[in-house]
Design a protein around this ligand. Structure first.
Ligand SMILES: Cc1cc2nc3c(=O)[nH]c(=O)nc-3n(C[C@H](O)[C@H](O)[C@H](O)COP(=O)(O)O)c2cc1C
Length: 376
């Protein structure tokens, strides 16, 4: 049997990823009215030139009030498509599939950026903030405003907004779509008993709490071509007792798979407090066991994320079958050439070939020249 490594290509529906390293979605807080700008192009160019297997654009709002912050990207109207098309072109030039993470911030909408404390903007700077929505009128944390509980018409509007944003992603030429179902945002809030105290068919038992996630995922699946992969990022467990359990997430994964979702991106936490567990200081690879169990028990492709920073560590996660992809966030910010570094560290026969052809050409020559120098 062929050994699977970090550099084994992966095909899903009509898309092939040349290696298993994916840029984790990372909010940049640099958009104006949801538009892609020069910053986003520069940010993504670093990864497109670094030879990643795939990349995800940051959490992108399906409606204006669904932005986490004022600076979040959006795909809530057609005028936002052109900017995403530029990002798609950047990656397409390098043969790298690009996806967008679409989501709704729920009761964590209208927040300040992390460097301004990530607290509720509505309270901090009144004219700029807006009223958040949620499954129930329960504040995210002490000091946060009470959100408005969605009625069924509001829920239907959200599902339709997910589908419309996914259609815009297709029009922009993106290769795949991920629903943001993690980190205490709207889909996660419905799933978690810690945020959802509803008594209608969207609250209570797991079947009801999972209803919005499944409706949104199905609407997205139906909005995009058969050949396009659709992924789902989940917070596999909540940080507090009484929250989402791993057993529930395994069941959610099974149901998502049944409606045609191709991969579960396995994060955690975020239902309480401004910073998701995913980003706090934790042990290396602390969320990998979630990806491993879901992959094994739900028979679904998974992506592991969270403090994956070393080539050998990343390779082991893939080769031991814990996950199909590793998503890397901060290490790629620090070193956008991580993939090249990994190829060299792991003894890839042509490490320079993970880079763009023009870089690879000169690096190959450099290697030849230094080999010559040794023989002379
Ligand atoms: C600046 C920054 C922005 C982030 N924005 C998002 C986001 O838009 N969507 C998301 O699901 N996770 C987001 N995250 C979490 C990352 O995708 C990732 O799960 C987390 O940073 C752990 O991976 P790492 O240890 O490789 O950074 C963000 C993290 C950082 C550091």
């Amino acid at each position: 049997m062929r050994e699977i490594s970090l550099f084994t290509p992966f095909s899903s529906r009509g898309t092939t990823f040349a290696n298993r390293i994916v840029v984790s979605p990372m909010c940049q807080y640099r958009a104006v009215e949801g538009q892609v700008g020069a910053w986003h192009l520069a940010h993504h160019a670093r990864f497109a030139l670094g030879g990643v297997g795939g990349a995800l654009i940051e959490a992108t709002a399906v409606e204006r009030d669904g932005r986490i912050s004022e600076g979040c990207l959006g795909l809530w109207h057609d005028g936002q498509i052109a900017g995403f098309r530029q990002l798609a072109g950047l990656y397409r030039d390098q043969g790298i599939p690009l996806g967008v993470q679409i989501g709704h911030a729920g009761r964590k909408a209208s927040s300040a950026s992390p460097w301004d404390g990530a607290g509720p903007l509505a309270e901090a700077v009144p004219p700029r903030g807006w009223t958040a929505i949620a499954p129930s009128a329960l504040a995210h944390a002490d000091g946060w405003p009470i959100p408005v509980a969605l009625d069924e018409a509001g829920i239907a509007r959200i599902v339709a907004a997910f589908a419309a944003s996914a259609r815009r992603a297709v029009e922009a030429g993106l290769d795949f779509v991920e629903l943001h179902g993690a980190h205490g945002y709207l889909l996660h809030e419905f799933l978690s008993p810690l945020a959802n105290h509803r008594t209608d068919r969207y609250g209570g038992a797991f079947d009801n709490r999972a209803r919005l996630a499944l409706e949104a995922a199905l609407a997205v699946r139906q909005a995009v071509p058969e050949a396009m992969p659709v992924w789902y990022r989940a917070s596999c467990v909540d940080e507090s007792a009484g929250g989402v359990t791993l057993d529930e997430t395994v069941e959610l994964a099974r149901r998502l798979k049944n409606i045609g979702i191709d991969l579960l991106d396995c994060s955690s936490g975020g239902i309480r407090g401004p910073v998701a567990r995913s980003i706090r200081a934790e042990a290396p690879g602390h969320q990998v066991p979630y990806a491993e169990r879901i992959r094994r028990e739900a028979g679904m492709a998974t992506m592991a994320v969270g403090l994956i920073t070393e080539p050998e560590q990343a390779n082991r996660i893939i080769s031991d079958g814990s996950a199909d992809f590793v998503a890397i966030g901060r290490e790629l910010l620090a070193d956008p050439n991580f993939v090249y570094r990994a190829a060299r560290a792991l003894g890839h026969p042509f490490p320079h070939e993970v880079l763009p052809r023009n870089f690879a050409f000169f690096l190959a020559r450099r290697n030849m020249l230094s080999a010559d120098a040794v023989t002379k």
